[in-house]
Ligand binder design. Structure first.
Ligand code: LM2
Ligand code: CA
Length: 477
């Protein structure tokens, strides 16, 4: 594979294969992720969870919605995605393919409903698998003072931390027994070869408890500190803002970045063609958390549904946005792929028992953004330009932009509904280059169209409608 060039030592591009079963993740690591240059893969919450046996209160119509997994009932690793043995085999296979595994970890809460699970754990409300009892949770009238026991005011520090998020039993993460139990679970995963975590609902745990928990974590099998990315939605004041969490983990999720990306590419709600020229100041310059402290993405499983971000239904615009993020180099970029859906509660493709079936990227039930040639070409671009700064920015004030990454690579992106041809300054040496958005350079040949750069670094390039042209020095043919 390609050696990532980033100085951080924890490079580089991550795929987020949301609700893929373990066997499917394993084969994707070998077949696509490793060969394309992905350095990591985020997998779904692996602990045993709620398995509904009846529909809820009538507001939902799906027996096994995707969100069952956010209601853990124990830390046994039998889930909708597979068995513990399959999980371990997946981690081994991915690591052998050069792809590190990052786990979605739910530490704020346990399930708030049901009594049946995927792994057969026995549980009831506030009593889970012999791990926790009622004293290990926050309760209404005690730490939580909202009238319902739920979070009613998302700007209220005590409510956010000590009340229940959508009725989920809220762990008292200041309690030594709770911290030790969580650390034992996460350390088991690290022992299996996992490299880090996406911490669900981190805002609702709070900085002090997150820092205390992180101190209990072992090193990874590679000898590194685990990468810990905290989920903190923007919009909260002061201590509840993502900016206030950047020191409580390795990074925070780029949940404001994906909103800016949507607004630049789509101008929602106008649904126009956006304004890519605004991206000249994308990143810290547009108020986002520092790049080296951010796990960035165009969407995740929440934002693709709640309207904050673009999603796969945006088609070519979504792919172009993925290309931009990989080209620009803000944050640790992550590419999200999951299943197609029509309603927000929809289940991933599953049997009647709720067990998720194998992913088939050629089946319209799945959406494999990470494997699209337009995206994999830019994963290689991202790896090859490394830390080189954005330079030589050019835009037409609208939806055609171009920039270099140092002198290592150059890209043009066009969000218009028409192609544009013009002469650009690429800053690269004279030569013929393979456009990596449509072709692969191998053995001095390009499998698609090429670009000729003249002695003065200029090139006449046609940038297709809703498309990109990109190449690095290594793509010279
Ligand atoms: C997250 N981050 O902080 C996840 O990214 C998000 O997807 C999770 O919500 C949430 N926090 C809890 O981990 C999802 C989903 C909710 C769903 C919960 C729990 O968006 O709709 O709530 O998972 O499964 C569901 C019902 C809700 C019900 C709740 C508890 O939709 O109506 O509340 O279960 O039974 C009474
Ligand atoms: Ca909490």
């Amino acid at each position: 594979g390609i050696t990532p060039l980033k100085a951080s030592g924890r490079s580089d591009v991550m795929a987020n294969l949301f609700e893929w079963n373990w066997n499917s993740v394993a084969s994707e690591c070998t077949r696509v992720l490793g060969p394309a240059g992905y350095a990591g893969v985020q997998v779904s919450q692996p602990a045993d969870s709620l398995r509904r046996t009846a529909l809820g209160d009538g507001s939902d119509t799906v027996l096994h919605p995707w969100w069952e997994i956010y209601q853990p009932v124990s830390y046994e690793l039998t889930s909708r995605m597979g068995t513990e043995a399959e999980f371990r085999a997946m981690v081994r296979t991915c690591r052998a393919a050069g792809v590190k595994v990052y786990v979605d970890a739910v530490v704020n809460h346990m399930t708030g409903q049901g009594s049946v699970s995927y792994g057969g754990t026995e549980y009831s409300h506030f009593a889970y698998d012999g791990l926790y009892d009622a004293a290990d949770f926050h309760h209404r009238g005690e730490e939580c003072s909202s009238s319902t026991g739920g979070i009613e005011d998302f700007n209220n520090l005590r409510q956010v931390r000590y009340c229940e998020l959508v009725g989920l039993a809220d762990l008292d993460t200041s309690d030594p027994h709770v911290r030790d139990t969580l650390a034992a679970y996460l350390n088991k995963l690290l022992g299996y070869g996992v490299s880090g975590f996406r911490v669900d609902a981190a805002k609702h745990v709070g900085q002090d408890d997150l820092i205390a928990l992180r101190k209990k974590l072992h090193r990874t099998v590679d000898g590194d500190r685990p990468y810990v990315a905290l989920e903190v939605f923007g919009g909260g004041p002061g201590s509840l803002s993502p900016q206030a969490f950047t020191e409580a983990g390795s990074a925070v999720l780029g949940l404001d970045a994906d909103i800016q990306i949507k607004n630049a590419f789509k101008s929602y709600p106008a649904d126009g063609t956006g304004s890519l020229a605004t991206l000249r100041d994308f990143g810290e310059g547009s108020g986002l958390t520092p790049g080296d402290k951010t796990l960035s993405f165009v969407q995740n499983h929440d934002t693709e549904r709640n309207g904050d971000s673009l999603n796969y239904k945006d088609g070519a615009t979504n792919l172009l946005a993925q290309q931009f993020l990989l080209a620009y180099g803000y944050g640790t970029p992550q590419v999200y792929s999951s299943f197609a859906w029509e309603t927000t509660d929809a289940s991933p493709p599953s049997g009647k028992d709720g067990l998720i079936t194998d992913t088939d990227c050629s089946d319209a039930a799945w959406v494999c953004v990470h494997a699209d040639a337009a995206v994999t070409g830019m994963v290689g671009f991202h790896n090859r330009v490394g830390d080189a700064a954005v330079r030589n920015w050019w835009d037409d004030g609208g939806n055609l932009i171009a920039f270099g990454r140092g002198r290592a690579g150059w890209v043009a992106l066009n969000n218009d509904r028409a192609a544009h041809t013009r002469t650009f300054s690429t800053g690269l040496p004279a030569g013929t280059y393979c456009n990596v958005t449509t072709g692969v350079a191998r053995g001095g040949r390009c499998s698609g169209p090429t670009v000729r750069v003249a002695g003065d670094g200029t090139a006449e390039v046609t940038v297709p409608a809703k498309g990109a042209v990109a190449f690095t020095r290594a793509d010279r043919v």
